[in-house]
Structures are given as C-alpha cells and as structure tokens.
Design a protein around this ligand. Structure first.
Ligand code: PGA
Length: 254
C-alpha cells in the first residue's frame, strides 16, 4: 500500500497511475495494491485506474485520514461518507504523523476507526512506538495500549480480515528500517492479541503490514519475515518505478 502523504498534484497523480500500469507486473491476484493520495486527488486517481482497465479489483484507492463525524461544523475536515462517495474504499487510521503532528490521541483514533467500520470503509490501523519507548524496552506494552484503546468501543468479534500496519516511528522516513528481530516479535504480538480479543477467524485472519523505510532494495528481505503480510510504503511509493519494484520483489516471493 502506498501512502503519498502530502505530495503530488493533479497531473503528476494521473501520470503516476499510467506509468505504474506500464511498469507493474501482474500480481496473479495475490497482492492487493492500494494508493493513498491526498484528499482532492482521490477521485482523479480512481478515474485513472478505471480508465487503465488492468486489475481494477486489486488496485484500490484510499484516504490518508478521515474525521470521525459523518458531517457537521468541522472546518477543514473530511468525513468517511465524503471519501467513500468519490471512490475510496480504504482509509488509514492512526498514522503516526496524524498522532504526533495533528494531535490524534488514542481516543480519537478509536472514534475514527469505529466510524470507518460503520461506513463500510476498509481501515488500515497504524500502531508503532517512538524511539525512547523502544530504547526503554516498553514497545510491546505501548503498542498493546494503542490496540486496546483503538478497539475500546468496537465489537471485535464482528471483525474479519482486519488490516494492521506496524510502523515504528523511528523507522518512518529515516532510511532506517526495523530489523527481523524487531519486526517479527511485534507482528506476533499483534496477531496473538487479535486472536485473544476474538477477531473472526482468529489471528490468522488478520493482515499485518510493516511500514518504515521500505524500498525496492529491502522489500524482499522484509517480506520474508514471518508474519509480514505486506507493506505500507511512504517515500518509495512516490515514484511509480520504485513502487512497482517493491511489488516485483513481493511477487518474486509469492
Ligand atoms: P516511509 O513511510 O516508507 O517513507 O518510511 C512509511 C509511512 O509513513 O507509512
């Protein structure tokens, strides 16, 4: 999944999709591809994908965030209803940049997650610890607290095929990806927690993406780690050729 963050304009977004279709190999139905453009570019990207007519069912578009309310006096905010109406099917909830730069606390993240599920959007819930917490050896309790509060008001037994993204904050945009020894235990922890709280199908039914400095050179090794089901890619998703190269690395392993 490619998170464009606050990058691109209309023409570069549309030409990206055209270029990606030329470069990307067929995934054989095994890998879902989702692009997360800035809000105003969601609809043009949806249209460009539909016009491209290649695996439109596997290539989806999502929003990088949403407000928890359906509508109302929230100047500058965008509701799930609105993003759905322009063709988004997915939404990132609780990205660390929303948490640290825009003040989304655990309670807000929980409200957004609940709203996304009620609206029938596919949420990608991001969790991950800052460096001081990792250095203090408290990353597991930190992530568990994020998970518990995100699902505080949600009936987990009704959920199936939920998607998490583990993104250690110190690995995002830094060029320093987490290692196998750091990723594997955390993915196990999240999966066990999902199983314990009763997601339908247990821990095996959830998908856990890794995010943090994923690029074409490290994608294959990272995808090889037990429990890594895919990636949430920031910087390396901004160019169609490098996003396609990451996909290539994943297809090689499937
Ligand atoms: P990055 O960003 O790949 O640039 O580290 C990942 C993310 O923020 O989702």
């Amino acid at each position: 999944m490619g998170n464009w963050k606050m990058n691109k304009d209309l023409s570069s977004a549309v030409s990206y999709v055209e270029e990606f279709f030329k470069l990307a190999r067929d995934t054989g139905g095994k890998i879902d591809i989702v692009l997360f453009p800035p809000f105003p570019l969601i609809h043009p990207v949806v249209e460009a994908i539909r016009g491209g007519a290649r695996w439109t069912d596997l290539f989806a578009v999502g929003a990088q965030d949403m407000h928890f309310a359906e509508k109302g006096a929230y100047t500058g905010a965008v509701s799930g209803i609105c993003i759905k109406s322009v063709g988004a099917t997915h939404v990132i909830i609780g990205h660390s940049e929303r948490r640290t730069l825009f003040g989304d606390d655990n309670k807000t993240v929980g409200a957004k997650l609940k709203s996304a599920l009620e609206m029938g959007l596919v949420p990608v819930l991001c969790v991950g610890e800052p460096l001081d917490i990792r250095d203090a050896g408290r990353e597991e309790e930190y992530v568990i607290r994020q998970l518990k509060s995100a699902f505080d008001k949600i009936e987990t037994r009704s959920l199936r095929s939920f998607t998490f993204a583990y993104e250690p904050i110190w690995a995002i945009g830094t060029g320093r990806n987490a290692t196998r020894d750091e990723i594997e235990p955390m993915h196990n922890l999240i999966r066990k927690w999902a199983s314990k709280v009763g997601f339908q199908g247990g821990g095996d039914s959830v998908r856990i993406l890794y995010g943090g400095s994923v690029n074409p050179d490290n994608a294959r090794e990272l995808y090889d780690i037990d429990g890594v089901d895919g990636f949430l890619v920031g910087g390396a998703s901004l160019e169609a050729y490098s996003f396609a190269a990451i996909l290539d690395a994943m297809i090689g392993k499937e």
